[in-house]
Design a protein around this ligand. Structure first.
Ligand code: HEM
Length: 521
C-alpha cells in the first residue's frame, strides 16, 4: 500500500510537475490522493456490505477491487484451484474482473450442479472468441440451454454419433488407420513424435467421417491441424474482453480477430465441400455430411438444419475430436512406456484376441478389457478437459448451503476429484487394475469419475472417442514395439489449456512386430 501511495503521489506531483510549484503542493496532492483512495475503498466496502447475501456466498480469496483475483491466477489453473480448495474448502468463489467464478472440488457438490440442479447450470459462458460467424451462437458446445440446443444435441447424438452411424463410417476410419500403420512403418528405427503422428491421423479420420475427404494433401492437413489447434488455444486463452466486457469492442489481445479468421477459413472449406456434394448428388456416401443433407431433404422444420447449423456442427465435431483424441492416446502411450509391465500385459491381451497375423479391428475392441481399463486410468490421471467446459447459472440458486449468484461461471475440477486421496487409493500411481475391480462408466453416473462430464451437457462424442482412442492405441502397440530414444522415462509434466497436454511431447522409436510384412503395406 505504501508503494502504491508513493507511486500515486509521484504521479500527482513529479509526473505532472507543471501543476506543483511548491512543497506545500506536495502535501496537498498527497492528501488528495489519500482522500480519493479512502472514498474508493469505502464505496467498495459499503457496496459489498449492502450486497451481503443470505445464505452467504461461498468462501474465497478477497482479491483486489475491480480486478478481483486476476493478478494472482497461476497458469496451471487446475492445480492452482486445487491449492485454493485446501484453504477455502470444496466449493469456493473467485472474482475475476466482473465475472463471479465458482469452483467445485467435491463429487457430492458436483452432483448438485450437474444432476440435481442441472437445468439451472446447463448454460455456457460463451467466450468472445467464439461469437464469430455465429459459431458460438448456434453450435452445440456453446449454445445456450433451451429447445434449440436440445434439438441440435439430439440430432448430433442420435443421427451422427450413434452406434449405427459410427458403424456405417467405420470403413472410412479404417482406411486412415491403415495409412498410419504404413507411415509409421516407413519410420522404423527412427524417433517419432507420437502425438503429432496420431493427431494427423485423427484429422484425416475426422475429415473422412465428416465429408469422406481423403484427397487433402498432407500440407493442407497440417495446415488444418494447426488452425484447429490454434482455435482451441484461443478459445481457452484468458481474454480481457470476457473478463472486463467494457473492453470487448477493442479486442485488446486480438483474440477475436484471430478466431474470426480461423472460423471463416473453415466455413469456406465447408461451403465448397457442401456445394460439391449437392452438385454431384452422391447419395452413396456414408459420411456425416450426407446424414445431415439427407435429414434436410426428408425433414420438416423440426428436424432440418439451417446452413449455419450444418457448418457449426461440422466445426464442433472437428474441434471436439481432433485435439482430445490424440492427446489421450499420447498420455496413454506415455504411461505405457513408463510402465513396461503394463505394456507387456496389454500386448499379450491384444495378441490373444487379434492374433499376430491380423491388424486390430473395431470388432476386437469389446473383448479388450485391459485396454479399456488402461484408457479409463489414463483419463482419470490426465483428463483432457480438467475443468470440463465451464457451465453458467441461468438464475441464482443455493448449492451446498451457499448462494450462487445468477450468471456465475462454474468450474468443476474433475482433475482434482480424480486425484483425491480420500476417493482413490494411491491416486497418483498409474494402476489400470482399479478399473477391472470396480465398475466406472464414462456416463458420469458416479461423480467421482467424470472425464467426459456428467448430466445434460456431458460430452456428445463419447461413443466416437471410445472407439477412436481404443483403436488407435491398440493398433499402435500391437503393430509396433516401441523403444525410448534415451535412458530416461518419459516425463508427465502437464501444460494447462483448453486441452491438458504434455509439456514435453512424447518421442519413441517404432519396430515392426507382426509376422506378415504385407500388413504394413
Ligand atoms: C477423449 C476424448 C474426449 C474427451 C475426454 C471429451 C471430454 C469432453 C468434456 C469434459 C466435455 C464438457 C462436458 C461438460 O461441460 O460438462 C465435452 C463436451 C463436448 N464434446 Fe467431448 N470429449 C472427447 C471427444 C469428443 C469427440 C470425438 C467429439 C465429437 C466428435 C466431442 C464433442 C463434444 C461436444 C459437441 C461437446 C459439447 C457438449 C454440450 O455442450 O452439450 N468430444 N467433451
Amino acid at each position: 500500500m505504501v508503494s502504491l501511495y508513493d507511486k500515486l503521489t509521484f504521479l500527482a506531483c513529479d509526473g505532472w510537475s507543471w501543476g506543483c510549484p511548491a512543497e506545500t503542493t506536495v502535501e496537498t496532492a498527497a492528501a488528495l490522493v489519500a482522500a480519493v483512495l479512502a472514498i474508493f475503498f469505502f464505496t467498495w466496502w459499503w457496496a459489498k456490505k449492502l450486497t451481503k447475501t443470505n445464505p452467504p456466498l461461498p468462501p474465497g480469496p478477497r482479491g483486489l477491487p475491480l480486478l478481483g483475483s486476476l493478478p494472482f491466477l497461476k497458469p496451471e489453473l487446475h492445480s492452482y484451484f486445487r491449492e485454493l480448495s485446501e484453504t477455502y474448502g470444496p466449493i469456493f468463489k473467485l472474482q475475476l474482473g466482473t465475472r463471479t467464478c465458482i469452483v467445485i472440488n467435491s463429487p457430492p457438490i458436483a452432483k448438485e450442479i450437474l444432476k440435481d440442479q442441472d437445468a439451472i447450470f446447463a448454460n455456457r459462458d460463451i467466450p468472445v472468441a467464439t461469437v464469430i460467424g455465429m459459431f458460438g451462437g448456434v453450435n452445440v458446445a456453446w449454445r445456450q440451454n433451451g429447445p434449440e440446443y436440445s434439438r441440435l444435441r439430439k440430432f448430433l447424438i442420435r443421427e451422427m454419433l450413434s452406434k449405427n452411424s459410427l458403424e456405417a463410417s467405420y470403413s472410412l476410419r479404417r482406411r486412415e488407420i491403415l495409412q498410419m500403420v504404413k507411415d509409421i512403418h516407413g519410420k522404423t528405427g527412427s524417433s517419432v513424435k507420437l502425438g503429432e503422428q496420431v493427431a494427423l491421423t485423427t484429422v484425416k479420420v475426422m475429415i473422412s467421417s465428416l465429408w469422406g475427404g481423403s484427397s487433402e494433401k498432407s500440407n493442407d492437413l497440417i495446415e488444418m491441424r494447426g488452425k484447429l489447434e490454434e482455435l482451441v488455444r484461443l478459445m481457452g486463452s484468458p481474454n480481457v474482453s470476457d473478463i472486463l466486457p467494457v473492453f470487448a469492442p477493442f479486442d485488446l489481445q486480438g483474440i477475436e480477430s484471430k478466431s474470426r479468421n480461423i472460423v471463416l477459413w473453415f466455413y469456406g472449406i465447408f461451403e465448397s465441400v457442401i456445394k460439391k456434394r449437392l452438385k454431384t448428388g452422391d447419395d452413396e456416401s456414408k459420411d456425416f455430411l450426407q446424414v445431415m443433407l439427407e435429414m434436410n431433404r426428408r425433414g420438416d422444420n423440426k428436424t432440418s438444419l439451417t446452413d449455419m447449423e450444418v457448418k457449426a456442427l461440422l466445426l464442433d465435431m472437428l474441434i471436439g475430436g481432433t485435439d482430445t483424441i490424440p492427446t489421450t492416446v499420447e498420455w496413454a502411450m506415455t504411461e505405457l512406456l513408463r510402465h513396461p509391465d503394463i505394456m507387456k500385459k496389454l500386448v499379450e491381451e491384444i495378441d490373444t484376441v487379434t492374433g499376430k497375423q491380423n491388424l486390430v479391428d473395431d470388432s476386437h475392441l469389446p473383448q479388450l478389457s485391459y485396454l479399456e481399463a488402461i484408457i479409463k486410468e489414463t483419463l482419470r490421471l490426465h483428463p483432457v478437459a480438467p475443468l470440463l467446459l465451464p457451465h453458467m447459472s441461468s438464475e441464482a440458486s443455493t448449492i451446498s448451503g451457499y448462494t450462487i449468484p445468477k450468471h456465475s461461471k462454474v468450474f468443476i475440477n474433475a482433475w482434482a476429484m480424480q486425484r483425491n486421496p480420500q476417493l482413490w487409493e494411491d491416486p497418483h500411481s498409474f494402476q489400470p487394475e482399479r478399473f477391472l475391480k470396480a465398475e466406472f462408466s464414462y456416463q458420469g453416473n458416479n461423480l467421482v469419475y467424470i472425464p467426459f462430464g456428467s448430466g445434460r451437457r456431458m460430452c456428445a462424442g463419447i461413443a466416437m472417442a471410445e472407439k477412436m482412442v481404443g483403436l488407435l492405441l491398440a493398433v499402435l502397440v500391437h503393430s509396433f514395439e516401441w523403444k525410448l530414444p534415451g535412458e530416461k522415462r518419459p516425463d508427465i509434466q502437464e501444460k494447462f489449456g483448453a486441452v491438458l497436454k504434455k509439456m514435453i511431447p512424447l518421442e519413441a522409436i517404432p519396430y515392426a512386430r507382426l509376422s506378415d510384412s504385407k500388413l504394413y503395406q
